[in-house]
Ligand binder design. Structure first.
Ligand code: FUB
Length: 319
């Protein structure tokens, strides 16, 4: 009897008031983290890291990235692993956070990996003819290494690349842990163009993400530790930035949260990770998504994590 009641309660927890099946976390079969999303031809491509740590693991074990696609933000198709940390021969592992963009018909995948010979984490760039890969190393060497930045003594300050292309075609790479850095990219997307700059700000942790909505630039990031998601706005891709506050509270069982924000088929969405998949924890995370609407003044409202996730939003352009 007790068992039956527990099963019923579990099933109820998977249902929304409207009777729809719970959507979050999005992928029940794998532990996933560090979402990054790219919309192409009416389709959302969602890139995540794969947390493979054992239940008692005491560090990240991340060998590959995974990609999923959706035509409606509700139903997701597993497109496999578009590349692995081992794609970068100069790296010794750790498929940490990544971000993707498209230029001149090619897809560029910027990613964090641990460098094999230059101590510390580094950023690589891979390229593909398809958003689902396979991606190959575009340079044969790292784009950013730990010895190129001297603002902190830590070895993990060159992580979490965020790629943004402005309307004039100029591409910017933001990244960092503890100190937020950025640089312009050359049109070939595989070389920095000019010096590495920093953004002076309080309590920046990691996971910077730059997007543009209705003419305003939004620089979101993980703040504090355990992390909450915060953001700034500005009139250009390089600021000046105005702090706008927190949009998502810290997680209960995991200290990181790592967001990505997109517009898709007329609506706005934030991806993030928590540890709500059964067996989840610090190194066994799970990606989720929420829909939100910008306030009339362009600010982002505070967004609650839900089990239901967004309503289906079928994209007519999706093939
Ligand atoms: O997944 C490894 C690291 O944890 C990421 O690079 C950070 O953003 C944090 O989520």
């Amino acid at each position: 009897m007790i068992k039956r009641a527990a099963v019923a309660a579990g099933a109820a927890a998977l249902l929304t008031a409207a009777g729809a099946q719970a959507a979050n976390p999005l992928f029940p079969k794998l532990f996933t983290a560090d979402p990054s999303a790219y919309v192409d031809n009416g389709t959302v491509y969602l890139y995540v890291g794969h947390d493979e740590a054992a239940s008692k693991g005491r560090d990240y074990l991340m060998k590959e990235w995974r990609v999923y696609s959706s035509c409606d933000m509700k139903n997701w198709t597993d497109r496999g692993s578009p590349l692995q940390a081992s794609t970068f021969k100069w790296a010794k592992g750790q498929a940490w956070a990544a971000d993707v963009t498209k230029r001149d018909g090619k897809y560029y995948f910027y990613s964090t990996v641990d460098h094999a010979t230059i101590p510390g984490f580094a950023i690589g760039v891979a390229v593909s003819d398809s958003p689902t890969g396979p991606f190959v190393d575009a340079r044969g060497s790292a784009l950013v290494t730990n010895d190129m930045t001297r603002q902190t003594a830590i070895t993990w300050d060159d992580i979490d690349p965020a790629i943004f292309q402005d309307d004039d075609g100029q591409a910017y790479l933001y990244w960092g842990n503890t100190v937020l850095k950025y640089a312009k990219l050359k049109p070939n997307m595989t070389e920095l163009d000019g010096p590495i700059q920093t953004v002076g700000m309080d309590m920046f942790t990691e996971a910077s993400y730059l997007h543009k909505h209705n003419g305003t630039y939004y620089l979101s990031y993980s703040r504090n530790f355990p992390e909450e998601t915060a953001y700034m706005t500005g009139p250009s891709a390089t600021g000046p930035w105005q702090y706008r506050g927190t949009i998502m509270s810290k997680n209960a069982k995991v200290k990181t949260i790592h967001q990505a924000i997109i517009d898709f088929n007329g609506k706005s969405y934030i991806f993030y990770h928590n540890a709500k998949l059964p067996g989840g924890g610090e190194y066994r995370r799970s990606v989720a998504v929420e829909e939100f609407a910008y306030n009339a003044d362009g600010t982002i409202p505070f967004i609650k994590q839900t089990a239901e996730g967004p309503a289906a939003n079928p994209s007519p352009a999706c093939k």
